[in-house]
Design a protein around this ligand. Structure first.
Ligand code: PDD
Length: 285
């Protein structure tokens, strides 16, 4: 099936959508992105993703080509045009096309904006939520501004390949002896009644799912500590899990070959997944 995608103001069949070979996203990874999930044909936490997009653009002094209202309309039109009931919408904004030069082009350069959908049946009903995922550890060798959601994803790709080669599902990245995050998700451990996840800073992406899950955990009277943790602490934890727009809350049952919490998904992760999906479906747009 040919998808309908959005490119610079137009809805087009995917095989007719093009951008310039001089696009700075292609030449310099000079672009940012967002991933928003769709459940029951509705957008999960759209406002959170729109807010982070604006923050990423501001940090890079990049113009936003669309208002939040227009962006919502584009997302909704893509859901409609593609008959999407469950899946993801990717949004990419770059500084646009200009003759190759490290310096940013003049301010009248039009940013490039592209959106496309990915249908994913079983996003909410993901069987992995019952079995859990295995992670390995790798060194965090990404650049220093991981709070900006740039399209510079080569190191996370390498991490996923290393995980795959080791028979695992993902890699947790370690820097200065502590875990930063997963290659495409935020990382958590549970010790007793306490949920522990790294504090915000330039070292990790400020996950939109993370913000919602921590708020819901606190509302449910769970204890949350935002601080760094080591791999040793993670291996000895009662539970581990990750969060992201594409996995919601996903249990981790093995770290570097060591079973966590008996090697089966934990209660806290299961409860948070349920609360998150229930709450977010209610306010989806
Ligand atoms: N990844 N950390 C990293 C490095 C990420 O790439 C992501 C998201 C997250 C979680 O953020 P959020 O909860 O806002 O999705 C944390 C997306 C899903 C991706 O690139 O596919």
């Amino acid at each position: 099936m040919t998808r309908t995608v959005y490119v610079n103001g137009e809805y087009l069949p995917e095989d007719q959508a093009t951008i310039s070979i001089f696009d700075r996203g292609f030449l310099f990874a000079d672009g940012v992105y967002e991933v928003t999930s769709v459940l029951d044909g509705k957008l999960i936490d759209f406002a959170g993703h729109a807010r982070r997009l604006q923050r990423s653009l501001d940090e890079l002094e990049m113009a936003n080509p669309v208002t939040e209202e227009d962006l919502l309309e584009i997302h909704r039109e893509l859901v409609r045009a593609n008959g999407l009931t469950e899946g993801l919408i990717y949004l990419q904004v770059t500084r646009g096309a200009a003759d190759r030069d490290f310096a940013y082009p003049s301010e009248d350069t039009q940013p490039t904006i592209v959106l496309f959908t990915q249908a994913k049946a079983g996003l909410a009903d993901n069987p992995m939520a019952k079995t859990g995922m295995k992670v390995i550890s790798i060194a965090d060798e990404r650049w220093g501004r991981r709070d900006i959601k740039t399209v510079q994803l080569l190191y996370p790709s390498m991490g996923k390949m290393a995980a795959k080669a080791a028979g695992a599902h993902d890699a947790w990245m370690v820097e200065d002896g502590v875990v930063t995050e997963g290659t495409s998700n935020n990382a958590y451990i549970v010790k007793g009644n306490t949920i522990i996840t790294r504090h915000l800073g330039h070292e990790i992406l400020h996950g939109i799912t993370r913000a919602a899950v921590l708020r819901m955990a606190r509302e449910a009277q769970m204890k949350v500590e935002e601080r760094p943790f080591t791999m040793e602490e993670a291996k000895a934890a009662d539970e581990a899990f990750v969060t992201s727009a594409s996995t919601f809350v996903m249990p981790v049952v093995e770290i570097d070959g060591t079973p966590v919490g008996g090697g089966t998904p934990g209660k806290v992760a299961a409860r948070l997944r349920e609360i998150y999906l229930d709450e977010m479906r209610k306010v989806a747009v």
